[in-house]
Design a protein around this ligand. Sequence first.
Ligand code: CMC
Length: 396
Amino acid sequence: FGTMIYDPGYYNTAVCKSQITYIDGDRGILEYRGYPIEELAEKSSFLEVGYLLIYGDLPNREQLNVWQTKIMNHTFIHENLISMMKGFRYDAHPMGMLISTMSAMSTFYPDANPSLAGVDIYKNKQLMNKQIFRILGKLPTIAACAYRHRIGRPYNDPLNTFTYTENFLYMLDRLSETNYKPHPTLTRALDKLFIIHADHELNCSTATMRQISSTLVDPYTAVAGAASALYGPLHGGATEAVLRMLEAIGTVENIPNFLSLVKQKKQRLMGFGHRVYKSYDPRAKILKKVTQEIFDLLGMNPLMKIAVELERLALSDSYFIDRQLYPNVDFYSGIIYKSMGFPTDMFPVLFSIPRAAGWLAHWVEGLSDPELRIFRPRQVYLGRRGLTYAPLESRQ
Ligand code: CMC
C-alpha cells in the first residue's frame, strides 16, 4: 500500500487533536474538559455541561444566565418548518423527521452558509454562536413536534420560563391550557441522561460531524448528517434496538437460548460492546442508579428483570469475557425512556438532543484548528484495470 496504512473502521487512526473529552477505555474513565462524568451527572445541569463542552470552562453565574437565555430565546421554529413537518406520514419515524427538518433549517438560515453569506462565518464568533443557540434551542422543539405528530396531537409552543429539559417535557405532554408542569424527578432524570449523552469524543456521529464540517458546509447540514449516523442500530439506534431485543426475548427463561444465538453470531447482543471501552462503561453505571430513581417513582418496568439477568449471564460467559464485552450506555437507557412513557422510536431522538452539544463543540474546535484539512481518506483499490470498452451488442 505504499506509505498508506490500511485501517478499516478507523480502529487505530487519530484524525484530529482535541481537548474536549477524555476516555480511558481500559479503566472505564470518562471526563468532559477534565471533569469526571460522575460528578457532572450528579451536580451539574445539561445546559451548563453544553457550555463547558463548547467553550472549555464551566460558566460563572452571569455567563450561565446569558447562555440559558440565548438558547431559550431560540426555541421557536419557523411556521414553514412546522408545515413541512405536518407533511410527514402519520407513522413517520421521529428520527427521520428530525434529520430532515434539521437539514431543511439550512435553507432558513443562509447566514450560516459561507458561500451564500459571502463571509467566512468561521472567523466570526458571534455568527457561530448564533447557530449554536439556534440548533440547541430548536432541536427539542423539532423533537417534540415529531412526537406530537406521531400521536396525532397539535404541536405545543415552547414555554421559555421553564428550564431546557422541563420545557422539552412540557412540549411533549401539555394537553390543554392548564398549568401543566413536568414532574421534577422526571425532569432531573432526563437532564442527567442528557448530560451523560452530551459527548463521547470521536464516536461515529461526531466523526461524521467533523468530516462534513471539514468541507465548510453550514452547521445545520452537518448536524443533519451527524444525526443520520447516530440513527443506525450500531450507534444511537442501539437504544431502540435494545428495547426491541428485550421485548423479543420476552421472559428470563428465554435468555440462555438467545445468548447461544449470539455466540453463533446469528444475533447481536444490543447494548453490549464498545470500540473504546474494554471494561464497564461508566455511563452505564450512572444509568443503573437513574433507573432506580425512576422505578421508585413509577414502579419497576418488567423488562428490567430480563436486562439484569441478561447482563449477569453475559458477564459470566467466556464469549463476552474473552472479547471484553460489557453493557454500554444504550443497555439501560431504553428501559428508563420506556418507563418514563416514551415510545421506542423516540429513543434515538432523545440521544440526538444532548449529543448536538458535543457535535457543536467539535464543530467549533475543528474549524478553529489551524491544522484542519478536508477529510479525505484513501482506499486500497482491488478492482480491475485497463479494460477495453465492448459495444453493447457484443456483450454476452
Ligand atoms: N454482541 C455479540 N458480539 C459482539 C458484540 C455484541 N454486541 N459486540 C462485539 N461483538 C464481537 C464481534 O462479533 C467480534 O467478535 P470476533 O472477534 O469473534 O469477530 C468482537 O466482539 C469484537 O467486536 P468488533 O465488532 O470488532 O467491535 P467494534 O469496535 O467494531 O464494534 C460496536 C463496536 C459497538 C459496534 C459493537 O460492539 C456492537 O455492535 N454492539 C452492539 C450495538 C451497540 O450496542 N451499539 C452502541 C454502542 S455504544 C453507544 C453508541 O455509540 O451509541
